[in-house]
Structures are given as structure tokens and as C-alpha cells.
Design a protein around this ligand. Structure first.
Ligand SMILES: [Zn+2]
Length: 141
């Protein structure tokens, strides 16, 4: 897509700090990093959501996510690397790789910590039969 900034990066028409590339995917530094090494992995093909990936492109995409994560692990020795895929803001599938750098707080992890804090304290109104129905619905889809 002509007006999509990520397509332009994939086509090398727009500058980006590229850290990885293969036949179907490319990874580059987020220019608004949450942490050092915050990287985006995108498919070169313009799609919006990860559920839009063709089955034959899903494996290579997640393989690229894994390989770039390993590179970040080697480069920065983070405590762990969080993944985030949404597909909004820039409507071209992108997976954020956000390294948790030792002894450095970041807003992403603080939000997830808050989410966990709330999740375990807010009582769900789902009952066992509801979980079983949800399980059945996913398994049979
Ligand atoms: Zn695009």
C-alpha cells in the first residue's frame, strides 16, 4: 500500500533502523522506544491483523519474531522480552518486541503489572459451566 509507512519501510523507500530481514518479513527499531532494543517485526505483505496472515505466512512470521527475540536476548541480556501484537495505530501487522532491561522500569511492564494486580483482585462472574462453554466453543471452531 502506497500510503502505509510500514510498507514503505519494507520496500526500503522510507528510512528505518533495520535489524533483521528475510524473504517475507523485516524487523526494525521502533522510533518511539519504550526500552532499549524495542523492535517491530512486520510481514512485508500489507495485512492488518495477525489473523489475516495466510497459513503459509504465519510460520515464517512467528519464526522471525523468535529469531529477532534471540538477537535481542544476545545483544542486551534482558530479564525477558514481552511481545505485543494488536494491529492498530499503524494498520499493518506489527509485533512489538519489548526487552525488560534489568534494573530499568518501563511503562509497558508497569501497565502489565497493574493489569495483573487488577486481574487477580477483580472477581470474575464466570462459573465453571461458562468456562466449559468457552472451552468447547474454541475447541470446536
Ligand atoms: Zn502496509
Amino acid at each position: 500500500m502506497k500510503e502505509c509507512i510500514f510498507c514503505q519501510i519494507a520496500e526500503k523507500k522510507e528510512k528505518a533502523y533495520i535489524v533483521y530481514e528475510d524473504e517475507k518479513n523485516i524487523a526494525f527499531l521502533d522510533i518511539y522506544p519504550i526500552t532499549i532494543g524495542h523492535t517491530l517485526v512486520i510481514p512485508k505483505k500489507h495485512i492488518i491483523f495477525h489473523t489475516d496472515l495466510e497459513p503459509e505466512d504465519a510460520g515464517p512470521f512467528y519464526r522471525a519474531v523468535y529469531l529477532v527475540s534471540k538477537k535481542l536476548q544476545k545483544a542486551f541480556q534482558p530479564e525477558y522480552i514481552s511481545l505485543l501484537i494488536r494491529g492498530t495505530r499503524v494498520p499493518h501487522l506489527h509485533c512489538h518486541l519489548i526487552p525488560k532491561i534489568k534494573d530499568k522500569d518501563n511503562i509497558f511492564d508497569k501497565i502489565l503489572d497493574l493489569h495483573h494486580f487488577l486481574q487477580v483482585r477483580i472477581k470474575t462472574n464466570l462459573e465453571e459451566k461458562d468456562f466449559e462453554e468457552i472451552q468447547k466453543r474454541i475447541r470446536e471452531s
